[in-house]
Design a protein around this ligand. Structure first.
Ligand code: NAD
Length: 306
């Protein structure tokens, strides 16, 4: 069969089966990668009645992830925010595995949260496509990579979307649902619905560098750094201007310290290339990163965290 007729035949099967589930009917999902984001995504899915297979190449990472989910849920119960029965049911629905085949067998949706490396993600999406049918939703939690490039590696690129969660996933309400150029309207709608089912507020964004949140957040962060650099005001006072004057929950420089100055520098360099010169990292940011002042994680950034 040549490429075109193979494409047509799978399209026909796709239509004939018409088996794409409403997101509310999804019963089983796989989460790939059990780190900072993966464990949170798995927790929230399980709390919403979905059986979750949490896949990682490291069994230690899975053990740590399951421990974190249990701790999050226990804390929720302690604070009266989670019913004990919801916790027990969520833990029952969650299973960790280092077997890729076992993780994805029979699932209706996959959410990928492995490290931010394009080739790694493309490799996984290509493997998913050869094992899962065109009815399965394939979402990536990348925070910066082009979704269209990841989708290109999949057998059914029209089923691939971006599902950009925020850390910590069980608390943060926002999900950016990113439309790759190949994403079908059904896949996008299903992703929005899945986010809503997870208790999140999805926004719809086209596949453009930095999506909506990183692009706009970084402009403010970089300008705040330039203002410190040129002596307009101290970091504390610039942050106060935004929290008290504009109602930001946290000032842009404190947020930079929490995200990590190295992380913000690499996103700024990427957006400078992809979007424009206004993302050029200020010298103060480069200098601080060179000195190892990476923010809260290193004890020093725009604030002293020691
Ligand atoms: P992390 O390093 O905490 O976790 C990644 C996990 O993936 C690790 O447990 C690792 O063992 C596992 N892994 C590595 N290779 C794998 C493979 N081939 N198959 C399965 N698992 C594999 O990373 P993270 O912070 O959770 O980030 C994951 C993704 O989420 C990235 O794309 C990142 O850009 C995105 N993201 C992160 C944040 C954040 O605040 N950390 C926010 C939004 C989006």
């Amino acid at each position: 069969m040549d490429a075109k007729s193979s494409f047509n035949s799978r399209k026909t099967t796709f239509k004939a089966e018409n088996s794409i589930l409403n997101a509310n009917d999804i019963q089983t999902a796989a989460v790939l990668g059990s780190g900072t984001m993966g464990h949170g995504i798995a927790q929230v899915l399980a709390m919403k009645g979905i059986d979750v297979r949490l896949f990682d190449i490291s069994s230690d990472a899975i053990d740590a992830a399951l421990g974190k989910v249990r701790a999050n849920l226990d804390k929720g119960v302690e604070k009266g925010k989670v019913e004990a029965a919801t916790r027990d049911e969520a833990l029952r629905r969650l299973r960790g595995t280092t077997s890729f085949d076992e993780a994805i067998d029979g699932v209706a949706a996959v959410i990928e949260a492995v490290p931010e490396k394009l080739e790694l993600k493309r490799d996984l999406f290509s493997k998913l496509g050869s094992k899962l049918g065109p009815d399965v939703l394939l979402a990536t939690n990348t925070s910066s990579l082009p979704i269209s490039n990841i989708a290109e590696a999949a057998e059914y690129p029209e089923r691939v979307t971006g599902m950009h969660f925020f850390n910590p996933v069980h608390i943060m309400k926002l999900v950016e649902v990113v439309r790759a150029k190949q994403s079908s309207p059904e896949a996008v709608e299903q992703t929005m619905e899945l986010a809503r089912r997870m208790g999140k507020e999805p926004i719809s964004v086209s596949d453009s560098p930095g999506f909506a949140s990183s692009r706009l957040g970084l402009v403010i962060g970089l300008e705040a750094m330039r203002m410190v650099e040129s002596g307009v005001a101290s970091a504390e006072d610039i942050d106060k201007a935004m929290t008290l004057g504009y109602g930001f929950p946290m000032g842009p420089l404190k947020l930079t310290d929490l995200v990590g100055l190295d992380v913000r520098l690499s996103i700024a360099e990427y957006l400078k290339e992809e979007v424009g010169a206004h993302f050029a990292p200020p010298q103060i940011l480069r200098d601080k990163v060179a000195r190892g002042e990476l923010g809260k994680k290193s004890g020093q950034g725009f604030y002293d965290w020691s």
